[in-house]
Design a protein around this ligand. Structure first.
Ligand SMILES: Nc1ncnc2c1ncn2[C@@H]1O[C@H](COP(=O)(O)OP(=O)(O)OP(=O)(O)O)[C@@H](O)[C@H]1O
Ligand SMILES: [Mg+2]
Length: 295
């Protein structure tokens, strides 16, 4: 198997802790949740960043992990890879019959982590993902890996993620804090559920760390009410070395995970109800347009 290095940004200890919490929460979803996809309503909410960090975090725990970049329209993973010896082959090479599965998988400098890059942008991404080859590949991965993390395109914009969802054991929504109208999130989650894929929860991303501090010091007392109602937070994660203001949290739909350490921060940062009911209101300013290609 060929080998690539992953360019990793700096991450402070708080962020690293949040990713560990997310990892724990994913593990608590159950042993049958091996193939997990991440999607969002709109572009740029942090799916790829979170997918990569989650995959690294699982691999660091000793889990055999595969990260698949199935966002065939806009890959960012390739930009994070240092490849020796020229161009990498990707998922689209395999799905279009130009390469074998073993040729598009790469070992990385993170022990236990393999990756599949998306490959060149194809004219027919949805068709490629709905073909038998993709399904067969995912089935083959189940025997080899403890976790397969699949990064996808935003479901609120294009249909691809719903197609991918059909072969996954669970789906997680990455939501940019304050960036998406809660109805849009509800619609997107319904669409996900129609594919038959269990919805595991949300990751609230790009949370303003100043607000976390307010929560911590009790200035925003009103957030306290979430502490009781949402006391079973599933966890939290924040990502990327680019910003110190990241905070995210994810909770499963039906399980009761251990309480996270940073309770106050989560009260302020993740007032969504388990199973896709973000609080809306003050945290979801403007409705988003469903721009671009539609289902
Ligand atoms: N928690 C965070 N804090 C600050 N910046 C972040 C955070 N998460 C992601 N970003 C930044 O937001 C931008 C978009 O991130 P990313 O590419 O992961 O989003 P995406 O949802 O995969 O986008 P797309 O829909 O285009 O695939 C990047 O510049 C990334 O560095
Ligand atoms: Mg992406």
């Amino acid at each position: 198997m060929k080998y690539v290095k992953i360019r990793r940004g700096k991450m402070d200890s708080r962020m690293a802790e949040e990713y560990k919490s997310l990892r724990t929460n994913i593990q608590f979803c159950g042993a049958d949740k091996k193939v997990i996809m991440l999607t969002s309503c709109t572009p740029n909410e942090g799916k790829s960043t979170t997918s990569l960090q989650l995959a690294i975090s699982l691999a660091e725990l000793g889990k055999r992990t595969l990260l698949v970049d199935a966002d065939l329209r806009r890959s960012v993973l390739v930009g994070k890879l240092v490849v020796e010896g020229g161009e990498t082959l990707g998922l689209t090479h395999f799905l279009s019959g130009q390469a074998e599965l073993q040729d598009v998988r790469y070992a990385t400098d993170v022990p236990n982590l393999h990756i599949i890059n998306s490959g060149p942008f194809p004219p027919n991404p949805a068709e490629l993902l709905s073909g038998e080859l993709f399904q067969q590949a995912v089935e083959a991965f189940r025997d080899v890996y403890d976790y397969v993390i699949i990064d996808t395109a935003p479901l609120g914009t294009v249909i691809d993620a719903a197609i991918v969802a059909k072969v996954c054991d669970g789906a997680v929504m990455v939501i940019e804090a304050g960036g998406v109208n809660y109805r849009f999130v509800q619609d997107t989650v319904s669409q996900l559920e129609k594919s038959g894929c269990p919805f595991l929860g949300v990751i609230l991303n790009k949370v303003d760390s100043k607000k976390l501090e307010y929560g911590r010091y009790g200035k925003y007392g009103k957030y306290g009410k979430y502490g009781g109602y949402y006391g079973d937070y599933y966890g939290s994660s924040s990502n990327s070395g680019e910003s110190g203001s990241a905070k995210a949290s994810a909770r499963p739909k039906s399980q009761t995970p251990p309480k996270p350490k940073a309770q106050a921060a989560q009260k302020a940062s993740a007032p969504q109800k388990a199973g896709s009911r973000p609080s809306g209101g003050k945290r979801t300013p403007a409705p988003q347009n469903r721009a671009g290609e539609q289902k």
